[in-house]
Design a protein around this ligand. Structure first.
Ligand code: NAI
Length: 429
């Protein structure tokens, strides 16, 4: 492996041994609940599909991701990994990963912008043949700063909505120079991870960070996409009164028909107790909204980047600012109102001090798809041109079948007659 200036986590921690032990413990717990990756790992260990490949990863480095990283490494790859958010890394897990002979982990929690990008560069210095991203930072850095590596890259896989958005924009501009699978867009990922994962873990993180109840609160969910639907449903399930804001008419209508109150953020700002943004867009809650909010509101974001709540504007408005609790920053306005921002407006289910990210079972599905996408790139990479690609449906179904079997759930299959009927057009009334 290439020597780089930015050191792996093992050279950055003081109490390395105890960090490794604790990280391993977290990973062992996760692994017990990840039957899909266990299944895939057995196949990879036997077949060594990634022998000689170098996989670069920028993801939320915590226990579940670590099992994916190990699974790829045990399939024969050399893996270099770093974080995809300055606050989502678990240093102990990163340290445990870094003990594996095929893995170098540069991920560290609490890095500043320079360190964050130095770590990305350190990963790229391994000269990857495959990239696995959550948010597209690796693809962007390679195209902008290391285009000479592109010829050696077979392809990539992208985990999240925002990353896929960025990739599609890049593809539309003709600027994406290798194939990338939109892992986010498969049913096995977004109908579970974005909906249930974000719903459960965002609400759990906010509740644990604040020690406050959902029941009886006005919870404003900005964006009724996959994540917003999950958040709204789980908040309603905990007896909150859910208010949805949207910019897309069909999604606004869907929220209305689900029984939620739908209104512009301007109106919601006046009555909300908790605000949670899930849009993947910027400037969703801004100064004019802060001006109208009640004393004591909670503000949190579950979208990929920390630009959904305009914290610069809030800072300008604030007469005082202090840490109200671990993970909660109170912005006190001149009139005495306190607006409480959780996890610095970074994705709340991963970046609050108590956050653990999505439930393990959900990430088993998402990462199962990631793993078979990497396998697909190596087996059939030539079949994919530069650009964004949907994950082949057979791969998505393969993961669903492994999961159903692990859960002991049997299901029907089509008879020959039914298959013929579904493929025909000439059977009318
Ligand atoms: P999506 O595209 O399904 O939904 C986003 C929704 O927000 C759309 O309906 C859109 O019309 C709406 N929207 C856009 N601008 C808006 C505005 N100004 N006001 C109100 N609504 C607006 O996307 P999805 O899958 O729900 O992802 C949303 C974000 O969450 C992305 O940044 C994604 O990367 C991130 N994400 C975060 C996860 C987490 O663990 N916290 C997990 C999965 C995705």
């Amino acid at each position: 492996m290439t020597d780089t200036e930015y050191p792996p986590i093992s050279e950055q921690l003081d109490d390395l041994e105890s960090a490794r032990t604790e990280g391993r413990r977290k990973m062992d717990w996760a692994a017990q609940h990840m039957p899909i990756l266990e299944h895939v790992r057995e196949e990879f260990v036997a077949n060594q599909p990634f022998e000689g490949e170098r996989i670069a990863m920028a993801m939320h480095v915590e226990a579940k991701t670590a099992i994916l990283v190990e699974t790829l490494a045990e399939g024969g790859a050399e893996v270099a990994v770093t974080g995809c958010n300055p606050l989502s890394t678990h240093d102990d897990v990163s340290a445990a990963l870094d003990t594996h002979e095929n893995i170098t982990s540069y991920a560290k929690r609490g890095v500043d912008d320079d360190e964050y990008y130095d770590a990305i560069e350190a990963v790229i210095a391994h000269e990857p043949t495959i990239t696995v991203d959550d948010g597209m930072d690796l693809v962007a850095a390679i195209h902008e700063d290391y285009p000479e590596l592109i010829d050696g890259i077979i392809g990539g896989a992208e985990e999240t909505t925002t990353g896929v958005h960025r990739l599609r924009a890049m593809d539309d501009d003709g600027a994406l120079e290798y194939p990338v699978f939109a892992v986010n867009d498969t049913p096995m990922k977004r109908l579970f991870d974005n909906v249930h994962g974000t719903g459960e873990s965002s609400l759990a993180s906010i509740a644990m960070t604040t020690n406050l109840s959902w029941a009886g609160k006005n919870v404003v969910v900005a964006g009724y996409g996959y994540c917003g639907k999950g958040v709204a449903k789980k908040a309603a399930g905990q007896n909150a009164n859910v208010i949805v804001t949207e910019v897309e008419p069909r999604r606004a209508l869907e929220a209305h028909m689900e029984g939620y109150d739908v209104m512009p953020m301007d109106e919601a700002a006046e009555i909300g107790d908790v605000f949670l943004t899930t849009t993947g867009n910027r400037d969703v809650i801004v100064e004019e909204h802060f001006e109208k909010m009640q004393d004591g509101v909670l503000l949190a974001n579950a979208g990929h980047f920390d630009i959904e709540i305009d914290l610069d504007a809030l800072d300008d408005l604030a007469a005082d600012r202090y840490e109200a609790r671990d993970g909660v920053e109170a912005y006190e306005l001149a009139d005495g109102r306190r607006l409480n921002v959780i996890a610095e407006g970074r994705l709340v289910n991963l970046a609050a001090p108590v956050s653990l990210g999505h439930p393990v079972e959900v990430m088993d599905q998402s990462f199962g798809i990631q793993a078979v996408c990497v396998r697909e790139l190596l087996e059939n990479g030539d079949a994919y041109d530069a650009g964004v690609h949907d994950v082949p449906d057979e791969l998505d179904k393969e993961i669903a079948e492994i999961k159903l079997e692990a859960e002991g759930v049997d299901f029907d299959s089509l008879t020959e007659t039914q298959r013929d009927y579904m493929g025909s057009w000439d059977h009318g009334t």
